[in-house]
Design a protein. Structure first.
Length: 164
């Protein structure tokens, strides 16, 4: 199983429970499992993160293609599938347009193509003004979960050394 991480996984981790300054083990876990092909994100998510111009954007800019994969042109069928689904729902035209320009659209296409599990902090919401990742995943049969679920399934451990 491979996990495709949403931008909010990185940003919320740093701002809440796994700050770069006090929980480097989380970030090391991401890099290690990114190199192993277990977790990854995409170039469009890296762009969103880098726009923040903070510690996470500095960290992300150093990770390269193992953790942030490029979006290949071969995803055209999945882009069509995702955009057709979004346009066929009860969302406002503005919501559809915004979604089709965001990293979420690209992430779902990647997930469809590679049967990846999308990891996000977003939850299902029935607002016609904003398309949420879990709604699209449910509509297209893509598996999704929250970060803590991924960490439990993968048995991540962030423990203090024996000397403490």
């Amino acid at each position: 199983m491979s996990y495709l991480l949403d931008a909010n996984v990185f940003m919320s981790a740093n701002n809440q429970h796994y700050g770069l300054d006090f929980c480097p083990a989380f970030w090391d876990w991401l890099v290690h499992n990114g190199n192993a092909g277990v977790v990854f994100s995409i170039d469009k998510v890296a762009d969103e993160i880098e726009a923040g111009q903070d510690d996470v954007s500095d960290w992300a800019s150093k990770q390269g293609q193992y953790l942030f994969r490029r979006t290949p042109a071969s995803l055209a069928p999945q882009f069509t599938q995702v955009s057709t689904w979004a346009a066929g729902q009860q969302y406002t035209p503005a919501a559809v347009n915004q979604f089709l320009q965001a990293a979420d659209f690209y992430s779902i296409a990647h997930a469809l193509a590679g049967q990846h599990v999308v990891v996000t902090h977003e939850v299902v919401a029935n607002s016609p003004a904003r398309i949420k990742i879990p709604n699209v995943c449910l509509g297209l049969g893509v598996r999704f979960m929250q970060p803590h679920q991924m960490l439990r399934i993968e048995r991540a451990r962030f423990v203090l050394g024996a000397h403490l």
